[in-house]
Design a protein around this ligand. Structure first.
Ligand code: CP3
Length: 342
C-alpha cells in the first residue's frame, strides 16, 4: 500500500491531499488527558511505551495520514545539559538560561544524542505498530528557535535577550548555533535510523527576525542541517516550518527541502507564488476555525484545499498547533471535508 503523505512529498500526483494536524496528540483529546492525569508531560515523553501510545491516539481516532512522534523540541536542550521544566498553565521554563559565552561553552554537544535514546526507542515502538499507509514523522526544533528558549528561558514576547546576545556576543551566538546544529543533525539522523520516514524542522521563532537578520544569523544553520541530512539520508523528505515566515520566503526558496509549512497569516496561493512553486506546501487552516461551527469549518477548509491545488503538492494541516479547547467533533468534520465526504 502506498503512503499518501510520502507520495505528495515526493511530488507524485495524488487524488486527495494527505492530512495530519500539528499537535494532534494533546490536551483537546480526552484520551490524552486521561493518560496525562497519571504522568507529568516530560515523564510521558521519556517513557517510550506511553509516548508511542499517545502518538497513535489521533491515528486511531481520526485516521490521520501522518503520525508525529509525541515528544518536544526542548528535550534536546535538556540533553545538552540545561535544566528544563514544564509549568502547568505556563509552558516551558529554563530556570538557568544561557546568558554569556561561558554558559554556552559549558553546553555538552557530544553526549546529547546518547541521552536522547528514549526518543529513538519511542520511534522504534511506533514504527513497529504503525497502521499501513500512515507515515511516521520525526521532528526537531530549528537552531534559532531552540536558542530563543535557551537564552530567554521561556516563551518570551519580545525576544530582546536573544536578539541582544545575537548582536553583541557574536562568538557566543555562533558557538551556540553551531553546537545546536551539530546535535540536531545527529538527532534527526537517529530518528530516521530508528524508523522516522519524514522529518520536520520547527522554526517557530524564525519570523521574529528581519529578513536580513534571518539570512545572516538563522538560515545558514538551517541550510547546513538540511545539507548534512540530505548527504546521509537522501531519500528522507524534510518539511521546514518557519512561523510568520512570509517575509522570509525569498530566502527560504533556496532551501533543499521537499516541503514548507505555511501558517495562516499568508494565503497558500501567495506562499506558492513567492517560493517559485518549488515545494509541497503544508497548511494552513487557522486553528481557531476549529472552534467555529461546521459551516465555517467546511467553507474555510474548502478554501484552503482549493488554494493548495496550485502547488506541486499539498499536505492539509493547520497553520499552527491545534488549540486546547478544540471539540473532537469538529476535527472529525474537518477530516470528512478534506476527504470529500461532505
Ligand atoms: O504535534 C504533536 O502532537 C507532537 C508533539 C509535539 C509537542 N510539542 C507536544 C507538546 C511537538 C511537535 C511539539 C513542538 C513544540 N514544542 C514547538 C514547535 C511547534 C510550535 O508549536 O510552535 C514548541 C515551540 C514547543 C515548546 C512547547 N512545548 C511549548 C511552548 C509548550 C507549552 C504550550 C503548549 O502548547 O502546550 C509545550 C508543551 C507541550 N508540547 C504539550 C504537548 C502535548 C502540552 C503538555 C501538557 O501539558 O500536556
Amino acid at each position: 500500500m502506498t503512503k499518501l503523505l510520502l507520495d505528495v512529498l515526493r511530488g507524485n500526483p495524488v487524488t486527495t491531499p494527505p492530512v495530519w494536524i500539528m499537535r494532534q496528540a494533546g490536551r483537546y483529546l480526552p484520551e490524552y488527558r486521561k493518560v496525562r492525569e497519571r504522568y507529568e508531560f516530560m515523564e510521558m515523553c521519556k517513557n517510550p511505551e506511553i509516548a508511542a501510545e499517545v502518538t497513535l491516539q489521533p491515528i486511531e481516532i481520526f485516521s490521520m495520514d501522518g503520525a508525529i512522534l509525541f515528544s518536544d523540541i526542548l528535550l534536546v536542550c535538556e540533553a545538552m545539559g540545561m535544566e528544563l521544566e514544564f509549568v502547568d498553565g505556563k509552558g516551558p521554563l529554563f530556570r538557568h538560561p544561557l546568558r554569556n559565552l561561558k554558559d554556552i561553552e559549558s553546553l555538552r554537544a557530544g553526549e546529547a544524542c546518547a541521552r536522547l535514546g528514549y526518543v529513538f526507542e519511542s520511534v522504534r515502538l511506533v514504527d513497529a505498530t504503525l497502521p499501513t499507509g500512515v507515515t511516521l514523522i520525526g521532528f526537531a526544533g530549528a537552531p534559532f528557535t531552540l536558542a530563543c528558549y535557551m537564552v530567554e528561558g521561556n516563551s518570551s514576547r519580545d525576544h530582546v535577550v536573544i536578539k541582544a546576545l545575537m548582536y553583541r556576543e557574536d562568538r557566543g551566538f555562533r558557538t551556540l548555533m553551531e553546537k545546536l546544529s551539530q546535535v540536531l543533525v545527529d538527532y534527526l539522523r537517529g530518528q530516521v535510523n530508528a524508523g522516522a520516514e519524514v522529518v520536520m524542522l520547527f522554526d517557530t521563532f524564525g519570523g521574529i527576525l528581519s529578513p536580513t537578520d534571518y539570512r545572516r544569523y538563522a538560515f545558514p544553520h538551517v541550510t547546513a542541517i538540511c545539507k548534512s541530512l540530505k548527504e546521509s539520508h537522501p531519500a528522507t523528505p524534510i518539511i521546514y516550518f518557519a512561523k510568520n515566515g512570509f517575509g522570509l520566503y525569498s530566502t527560504i526558496k533556496d532551501l533543499a527541502v521537499e516541503a514548507i509549512g505555511v501558517d495562516w497569516t499568508v494565503s497558500l496561493s501567495e506562499a506558492i507564488a513567492n517560493t517559485g512553486n518549488k515545494f509541497t506546501v503544508q497548511g494552513n487552516l487557522d486553528p481557531a476555525v476549529l472552534l467555529a461551527g461546521h459551516d465555517v469549518i467546511e467553507r474555510e477548509a474548502k478554501r484552503v484545499l482549493k488554494e493548495g491545488q496550485a502547488a506541486r503538492g499539498h499536505i492539509f494541516n493547520l497553520g499552527h498547533g491545534i488549540l486546547p479547547g478544540t471539540p473532537v467533533e469538529n476535527v472529525k468534520r474537518l477530516l470528512e471535508v478534506v476527504r470529500c465526504r461532505s
